[in-house]
Ligand binder design. Structure first.
Ligand SMILES: *[C@@H]1O[C@H](CO)[C@@H](O)[C@H](O)[C@H]1NC(C)=O
Ligand SMILES: *[C@@H]1O[C@H](CO)[C@@H](O)[C@H](O)[C@H]1NC(C)=O
Length: 286
């Protein structure tokens, strides 16, 4: 009897695994992700329109880190609104991301932090181009704001770069979990071993991959070339019809979340997180 009860309890626990998702915080971080697309002149005065208005006090000690290629850029600074150090990775424009995936479709690099792990070589090299700068900038901000929270975010390619930065940020944060990692429209970063490893690390107290409607980017690179997402998906099925109703899927590639869509091809959904128009929000500050 006891055994049966234990099994029943275990089954019910397993079937309702859940995770924290703070939509209000995620939206604030999404606004920083949008701001990461803006050029420096708009950011220095924190006058980038919609995105800047969501975090009105802006970023102190603002640094814009970028590589020689156009692919990797990050916005780093201290947000008084969130009492947090923000690291927001820029994505690619919709025109650019097509090229990005065509050029680098399935190439994988082995990933040194875990066994049998591979990650997308384009994402990895994009991260490595700014890795040292990210690390040194974070270290000096951490010294300046020792009590601050730490938040990492990004949209599209920026979401992948964010995931790749987490082991470094975690380490420089004295091996303490960062407060939150929320990202939007992330492509798959690596293979199953990578996804399993990443999900088990708990680099952040709260983390989620937010997906939207029929956004094609989270379906790339494909599962049939052995890419898999890590856990914690928050899926918004249709903001234009249902508003901000969402589904949480603890495990990745779950048919209750974006995986329910076979051919996700709506680029407007990639640029429509939270029902915001990311195209016009970024066009106003480029
Ligand atoms: C969302 O709803 C609209 C109609 O309101 C429909 O045209 C669109 O295809 C829906 N999107 C998805 C991903 O189901
Ligand atoms: C977003 O705004 C742009 C103009 O900046 C417009 O062309 C586009 O149609 C808008 N997208 C949606 C889904 O409303």
């Amino acid at each position: 009897m006891k055994l049966v009860l234990t099994i029943l309890i275990l089954i019910s626990l397993a079937s309702c695994q859940t995770f924290t998702y703070n939509q209000n915080l995620a939206q604030k971080l999404a606004a920083f992700s949008i701001a990461s697309y803006c050029t420096s002149s708009y950011l220095q005065n924190w006058n980038c329109g919609f995105a800047c208005q969501q975090n009105q006090q802006g970023l102190k000690n603002l640094q814009i880190i970028s590589s020689t290629t156009s692919y990797s850029t990050a916005l780093v600074g201290y947000s008084p609104d969130l009492n947090g150090i923000i690291i927001a990775f820029r994505g690619t424009t919709s025109a650019h991301i097509q090229t990005f995936f065509t050029d680098l479709k399935i190439l994988k690099s082995s990933y040194p932090l875990c066994q049998n792990c591979y990650v997308h070589s384009g994402f990895y090299s994009s991260y490595q181009e700014i890795q040292q700068q990210i690390m040194s900038t974070f270290t000096s901000l951490r010294q300046q704001y020792p009590q601050a929270n730490v938040y990492v975010t990004g949209h599209s390619l920026g979401a992948a770069l964010g995931a790749l930065s987490l082991p470094d940020i975690y380490k420089l944060n004295n091996n303490q979990k960062i407060n939150a990692f929320y990202n939007f429209g992330s492509p798959r970063v690596g293979n199953q071993d990578y996804a399993t490893w990443f999900s088990a690390q708990n680099f952040a107290i709260e983390y989620a991959r937010v997906t939207n409607g029929a956004d094609p980017v989270p379906e790339m690179p494909a599962e049939w070339v052995n890419y898999r997402h890590y856990n914690h998906e928050v899926y918004y099925p249709n903001v234009s019809q249902n508003g901000l109703q969402y589904v949480q899927c603890y495990y990745s590639e779950d048919s209750n979340c974006e995986d329910r869509i076979f051919f996700a091809t709506n680029i407007n959904d990639h640029l429509g997180y939270y029902g915001w128009n990311w195209t016009s929000a970024t066009a106003g500050c480029e």
